[in-house]
Design a protein around this ligand. Structure first.
Ligand SMILES: [Zn+2]
Ligand SMILES: [Zn+2]
Length: 485
């Protein structure tokens, strides 16, 4: 398909040459000179690590079944219809060779755009490290968004986004442990940098290599609507090496393990061959940690530990929810159903501590309890911020739960209450898989429906978030069921 587009473009330029006899400056192929947008990272100057002129294109290195070195283990494949770059206008990818050249790729330059300063707050309490950011760069380095001001660039990548503040909170385990099996990564935040900006995995919405395909600014980030993010580690953030030359800490991944820069012990730039399938390794004094590389998958390939929930509170929500009556109505129905569904998950999770002896089940239950409680708070706040025509009592009753897919029957709840040990674990995991799958169905059905009615982007965001998070957890639980007690 990509080749056909290029052929079409060539045919069109030949056609215009043929028809317009007076033309002397027709650009055959139509490629503007992009060289003023090129950058030359120091990483590309040394002889260690991957060659920036022929980096492996990640498009065909996604796996959705099991992790593998050099691949991105994604919970679901991309959506080919998602917005993204125009493949036929990309000049820096060698499609036949499956490589791309970072040195001939354009980056959005700096300019007048100056959003408010980035903030990051890190606090530690008990065994939890809480990181709160406004998702703008602490070092103030950001490109001149929106890119639509640069027609040469927006002809390639139509991204109309403008970064704006959003409050993200990560509650991460301070002493993460390596899990029995690695977990897949989903779209959205997979971690946070100490520069106060979130990290996404290496994939764009289509499932392609985001760093190779999408245009980012010369500081390494770009917005998804208003959410600024990095798909790889901006080189300047790797500026504080440890005494032995090993890169310093640059961020945290959602399982609590640290992300370090490009260099291993001795200051030598790393490549995938030095790292495991999750893109990390273990050595003193750091224990297990991830590293950035300038080759796909750039930051992490999978989660070595158990990913914690990342929560986004769009600051603009109270304004945004004052939309049309129809969209507010749909949002409220969606949120009320989802709150009821989450409440039952909390009821299920509450049974675990007294009945299970399996550490990974107990650990997952704790994490679900935190995530679902916070999501309920978030959804309630959103509901209360709208001019609700739904009475407050509806939020606390369990009426009408049969309309909500995946809800667990009273009989099953009784069986769960009476069970213990391996029998409980199996019943619990089976029930929770069904329950989560119900939430995913509900989120998708609602998204389909609001898609035509029109909804607030925040509610749609939450539903997509639930869809992605719960799909990831379902996969983990299926793994636990398969391994038995
Ligand atoms: Zn992106
Ligand atoms: Zn290391």
């Amino acid at each position: 398909m990509k080749r056909r587009s290029v052929e079409l473009l060539l045919a069109l330029s030949v056609f215009s040459l043929a028809c317009d006899g007076a033309v002397s400056e027709v650009q055959v192929g139509g490629d503007p000179d992009l060289s003023r947008y090129f950058i030359t990272p120091d990483l590309c100057a040394d002889t260690f690590g991957p060659d920036c002129r022929s980096l492996r294109l990640g498009d065909d290195h996604v796996t959705t079944t099991s992790p593998a070195r050099g691949k991105l283990y994604a919970c679901s494949p991309g959506n080919p219809n998602a917005p993204g770059s125009q493949a036929d206008r990309i000049t820096w990818i060698d499609w036949a060779a499956g490589t791309w050249n970072l040195l001939s790729k354009p980056f959005l330059p700096r300019g007048a755009f100056a959003p408010e300063p980035g903030t990051i707050r890190v606090s530690e309490s008990g065994s939890v490290r809480t990181i709160t950011i406004n998702n703008l760069p602490v070092d103030l380095r950001i490109g001149d968004w929106p890119m639509t001001q640069y027609p040469d660039l927006s002809a390639i990548d139509r991204n109309p986004g403008v970064p704006s503040p959003g409050s993200y909170t990560f509650n991460l385990p301070m002493n993460p442990t390596v899990g029995a099996i690695p977990a897949c990564t989903s779209l959205g935040a997979i971690g946070v940098t100490l520069n106060g900006v979130i990290l996404y995995n290496a994939m764009d919405g289509r499932g392609d290599d985001a760093v190779a395909h999408e245009i980012v600014d010369e500081f390494g980030g770009h917005p998804a609507m208003t959410d600024y993010h990095y798909h790889y580690l901006p080189e300047r953030l790797d500026a504080a090496p440890m005494p032995d030359g090993h890169s310093g800490l640059v961020g945290y991944i959602r399982d609590g393990f640290g992300l370090y820069g490009y260099s291993g012990v001795g200051g030598r730039e790393l490549s995938n061959a030095d790292l495991d399938e999750c893109h990390g390794h273990e050595h003193a004094p750091l224990g297990y940690h991830y590293h950035a590389t300038i080759e796909y998958p750039y930051t992490v390939g999978c989660y070595r530990g158990t990913p914690a929930a990342a929560l986004l509170t769009p600051l603009a929500f109270p304004v945004a929810i004052a939309g049309t009556a129809a969209s507010v109505k749909v949002d409220q129905t969606a949120l009320v159903s989802m709150i009821r569904h989450h409440r039952q998950a909390l009821d299920l999770v509450a049974l675990v501590p007294d009945r299970s002896d399996r550490p990974e089940v107990i650990e997952m239950a704790v994490r679900m309890q935190i995530a679902q409680t916070e999501e309920i708070h978030l959804m309630r706040r959103w509901l209360e911020s709208g001019h609700s025509d739904i009475g407050g009592d509806l939020l606390v009753t369990h009426d009408g739960i049969h309309d909500i897919p995946g809800m667990i029957s009273d009989a099953r709840m009784r069986r769960l209450r009476d069970a213990s040990g391996p029998e409980f674990d199996r019943l619990f995991l089976e029930s929770m898989v069904e329950h989560h799958e119900g939430a995913i169905v509900m989120a998708r059905v609602i998204l389909d429906r609001v898609g035509s009615v029109g909804t607030t982007p925040e509610a749609a965001w939450l539903l997509r978030h639930i869809d992605a998070e719960q799909a990831m957890e379902v996969q983990r639980m299926r793994g636990m069921l398969a391994r038995g007690g």
